[in-house]
Design a protein around this ligand. Structure first.
Ligand SMILES: C[S@@+](CC[C@H](N)C(=O)[O-])C[C@H]1O[C@@H](n2cnc3c(N)ncnc32)[C@H](O)[C@@H]1O
Length: 248
């Protein structure tokens, strides 16, 4: 596994720092998967993490099962309150489920970690014919996010690893189609403390050496102070939704 994809150490920070998804985004995904739900069949949330999207879909009546490679993520206190026992540990490349057992699947903020051919083939195996797989991905596009990305690069030497991310190509090459894409430009508002909590929950935070963490956070706060309006920082982001049908 790509070591950056291992969120285990980040589970407590994840609960503290991460946001959910806007209602129109979750509504669209719920509508896509619900129209495919057949009696007694469940929807897979792959890379479920602490169950943020799982909880939002469950509230909309979608019958969910979560799966994640990290035990600490799916067993954090918030994860348990959202998913209870409906979460299992498993890797996308070898899913612990029978073929075509799920009516559909979703992946929120996680597919970039397992969009390789082997994992997409597995996803195609466990989703039933006539179902779909929905991928939701946030891309922060504001000046602050770009500046913090450079900060991470300077402190860790690691580039943001998503430059070749292509969910449509990955799913199409494993037999999914037709595939539709929708984009939701939106904003999130953070206090400086919330922004620090957010960046302490991202995978690259683990690459910042312990001795560098204090100066890193100092520079992060300086950047945030420069970008804030009043006491808040407004971040522009684009949320993409890819809905890939599995042919009948
Ligand atoms: C950024 S979190 C997203 C969690 C959640 N879906 C959300 O929206 O908050 C990415 C999750 O993908 C999981 N993950 C990474 N690689 C994985 C893999 N190969 N198989 C299953 N889960 C994986 C990580 O453990 C982590 O919990």
């Amino acid at each position: 596994m790509n070591m950056l994809a291992d969120f285990s150490e980040l589970a407590p920070a994840y609960d503290a720092g991460r946001r959910g998804y806007p209602d129109p985004v979750v509504d669209m995904v719920a509508q896509e998967v619900r129209r495919k739900v057949r009696k007694k069949q469940l929807v897979l949330d792959l890379g479920a993490g602490t169950g943020i999207a799982f909880g939002e879909l469950k509230r909309r009546g979608v019958p969910m099962i979560g799966c994640d490679i990290s035990y600490p993520m799916v067993s954090s206190p918030l994860a348990y309150s959202r998913m209870g026992r409906r979460a299992v540990v498993g890797a996308a490349a070898s899913l612990p489920f029978a073929s075509e057992v799920f009516t559909s699947g979703v992946s929120f903020g996680a597919f970039h970690w397992f969009s390789d051919r082997g994992s997409c083939t597995e996803i195609g195996r466990v989703v039933a014919r006539g179902g779909c797989f929905c991928v939701v991905h946030k891309t922060y596009e504001d000046d602050l996010s770009h500046a913090v990305s450079s900060l991470f690069e300077r402190y860790t030497g690691a580039l943001s690893g998503k430059s070749d991310y292509n969910p449509v190509g990955a799913l199409a090459s494993c037999g999914f189609g037709p595939i539709k894409v929708a984009n939701f430009p939106c904003q999130e508002t953070y206090s400086i403390e919330e922004l620090v909590a957010y960046y302490r929950s991202v995978s690259r935070w683990r690459l910042v050496k312990s001795c560098d963490r204090e100066p890193f956070l100092y520079e992060l706060c300086e950047l945030a102070h420069r970008e804030r309006t009043g006491s808040l920082v407004v971040r522009d982001l684009d949320i993409s939704i890819v809905v890939a049908a599995k042919p009948k």
